[in-house]
Design a protein around this ligand. Sequence first.
Ligand SMILES: *Cc1c(COP(=O)(O)O)cnc(C)c1O
Length: 416
Amino acid sequence: MNTQKLMGYDPQIQEAITKELQRQEQGLEMIPSENFVSLAVLEALGSVLTNKYSEGYIGKRYYGGCEYIDVIEGLAIERAKQLFGAEHVNVQPLSGAPMNIAVYFGLLEPGDTILGMDLSHGGHLTHGHPVTYMAKIFNFIRYKTNAKGKIDLDNLRDMAIEHKPKMILVGYSAYSREIEYEKIKAIADEVGAITMADVAHIGGLIAGKQMDNPVPIFDVVTTTTHKTLRGPRGGMIMCKEKFAKQIDKAVFPGLQGGPHENNIAAKAVAFKEALEPAFEEYAKQIKTNAKILERKFNEFGYTLCFGGTDNHLLLVDVFSSKGVTGKQAQNALDIAGITLNKNMIPDDPRSPMDPSGIRFGTPALTTRGMKEIEMEIIADWINEAIENWQDNTKLASIKSNVIELTKKFPLYPELS
Ligand SMILES: *Cc1c(COP(=O)(O)O)cnc(C)c1O
């Protein structure tokens, strides 16, 4: 086997990694689904566990030599249970999309109806977007948010009674409000539907006790581990004991083969971190920082979708507010060193490739240690960049300010 280190053996890849590290260090990362993991998480990810096959579950593996793998997967599961109060946990899903697919196949039959949120109101691709294969297999129907930006529970109940879904699905990637799990569970009970919450975005805020936890209430809860939960890229399914067998069989052998145990070890490390009191402080600061952005963007005269935020993200209608499209705003901010994404707003009259809105959030900046004062400054820069989206000199000057600011919040000094 090759005995050289990456630097000596493959300078092309090494150079791209180094440049990516620099990009992460010198920019303001405001994509709300992104975060920065600890060195301990990185170490577990890059460990020899990647060499091992371990199809099956603890004590019931198809391969020999799994005694340490079982310890690792057991720790990941125990810590996740403690973090969320879950009855059963499967930590094997390779990412968010396969975790949701496993739940659909585990608990439903092809053709069954799933009632989920309209995608332009904050739902996710994996909740039956027409471009996904799941939309060909299951019958997805949609509820929406009301004019006040809250989930329209009357509409949800009417649709549930009319369509008798097998599953009611909540959990979103662009919705910024708290979710009334108890009320939705009551509607599901009325029509005999399974309840599923996909808390991919807010898993860390729930673990950090800053948002309501659906795990005790809902039948199944899925989350990614790489967003606010600040672990490696991956997914996890939590469910009531009565669904445990169906969920486990759906993940393996239904959908996946060998689990990625390096990734599961990194999940375990991230869960240990999330159990520390400091993680609650982190989750609280994420929300405090988002509230500063909310106030500033209100002051600047933007329309905030859903009326503002209860979590880590904001969806802002830049087109109706400033006559700048989501794509124009995203491009201008890229030049200014601030990374976020264009996004559809509820019932967006514009196209998905150039929608009316931008979506941004605070988890990654908060990990770097940025607080209220920095949020005030950054909000000013974002507004300036949008208002001057065609002025490259202005955008370049914002970028040099961005680089100066990031120097005060070193990211991975050990790696540079
Ligand atoms: C991010 C996300 C997913 C999918 O996660 P991937 O890891 O990108 O596959 C699923 N559901 C929601 C609500 C998400 O925000």
